[in-house]
Design a protein around this ligand. Structure first.
Ligand code: TYD
Length: 138
């Protein structure tokens, strides 16, 4: 399993009819895809996410519009990614804190996940995440 976030540029099939991006689990993204969900109807005032996951890995793709993703990993490294193109993905390993914000009004944020939904693997308390960071460092 990868332990750092990184950006992906998916191959884009284009011709006079437009574009098509195909994503296969295990090759275009580094996990088998067990779940997809998408976020829309957010705007520049809201912050979503605000959690880490014990097990789930994700790839986030703004298939329309744009948003920003602030990612903090257990080493304390923090980085902001701008997602603003449908062929661009952001890989997020498990155990990173993520905030999604600054959504454009037309934003549709597609999320691919390595795991089915399990609310118990979500860490929604930042202090608990900091505790996990300390454990990982020990
Ligand atoms: P939430 O985790 O708060 O969204 P975000 O990560 O954008 O802040 O999820 C919002 C609601 O959707 C919450 O009631 C849980 C539910 N949900 C599912 O039922 N399945 C899922 O796969 C996800 C991600 C959320």
């Amino acid at each position: 399993m990868n332990d750092k976030p990184y950006e992906l540029a998916f191959p884009q099939h284009g011709d006079e009819r437009g574009y098509l991006v195909a994503i296969e689990g295990g090759s275009d993204v580094p996990f088998e895809i067990k779940r997809i969900f998408y976020i829309y109807g957010s705007d520049e005032k809201v912050v979503r996410g605000r959690h880490a996951n014990k097990n789930s890995q994700f790839v986030l793709i703004n298939v329309a519009g744009s948003c920003k993703v602030r990612v903090c990993d257990t080493s304390g490294e923090e980085r902001v990614y701008v997602l603003d193109h449908p062929r661009m993905g952001l890989y997020l390993p498990a155990k990173v804190w993520k905030d999604m914000y600054d959504f454009s009004h037309d934003s549709i944020l597609l999320c691919l996940s390595s795991e089915r939904y399990d609310p118990d693997e979500y860490i929604r308390d930042y202090d608990a995440f900091m505790g996990l960071c300390a454990e990982e460092k020990a």
